[in-house]
Unconditional design. Structure first.
Length: 217
């Protein structure tokens, strides 16, 4: 069975044992693409065409601006602006304005980096169950993981069929990991809330509990 994407980032993320490993994969993938769009992609025509049509979301634009290649970013934004100028249409009445607003919303609610990262995350979500099926050590890593955010939990459920004959066990492990994590978080939240009770304050428990719960909030 061929894996959908390189497995090393998955191993690294799951070994961290810290919050959602898929979020860590997303972050690293996003950072890598930000660096790419500030360097080699700047002068590549295929990349520039995609930037012109898709642009950048506000999050990735801020990340790009943090980089050192301000000229490269400006060049991409300039041609993106040219594209948007060409696509502006005058709306002579409110009916046409509403239609135009929808068209512009579709043109400006896209991000070339988000597109690529989302595609990567689908491939990672397909590879995780394959690794569960084929690698005993990874199965143990998944069982010992600290759980997932709901966005990535849903993504893993969506592609659970890639676990093949281990599908039932894979789904059971995902469910156990998620329930255990939610229970742990919920207990920490309840302790955090109760730490504001005057009795807890008198016992000196408040600070300890609040420090403990910070990693979950």
């Amino acid at each position: 069975m061929k894996y959908h994407i390189q497995t090393t980032p998955i191993w690294d993320a799951f070994k961290m044992r810290d919050n959602c490993p898929m979020c860590e994969i997303y972050r690293k993938s996003s950072d890598r693409l930000v660096s790419q769009y500030l360097n080699e992609a700047v002068m590549e025509s295929d990349y520039r065409i995609r930037v012109n049509k898709r642009g950048f979301c506000s999050y990735h634009l801020k990340e790009l601006y943090k980089g050192e290649n301000k000229l490269g970013l400006a060049l991409q934004l300039s041609t993106r602006t040219d594209f948007m100028l060409e696509n502006l249409k005058f709306a002579s009445d409110s009916k046409k304005a509403k239609k135009e607003s929808q068209r512009l919303k579709e043109l400006t609610s896209t991000c070339v980096i988000c597109d690529e990262v989302d595609d990567m995350m689908v491939r990672y979500a397909k590879t995780v169950p394959q690794m569960f099926l084929n690698e005993v050590e990874f199965k143990n890593e998944l069982k010992a993981s600290s759980g997932f955010c709901f966005e990535h939990f849903v993504l893993l459920l969506e592609y659970a069929s890639n676990s093949g004959k281990a599908e039932k066990e894979y789904l059971s492990v995902l469910d156990d990991v998620m329930r255990n994590n939610l229970t742990r978080v919920n207990n920490a939240l309840k302790r955090f809330c109760s730490s504001f009770d005057y009795k807890s304050v008198e016992r000196g428990d408040a600070n300890a509990v609040r420090n403990m719960v910070e990693k979950y909030l």
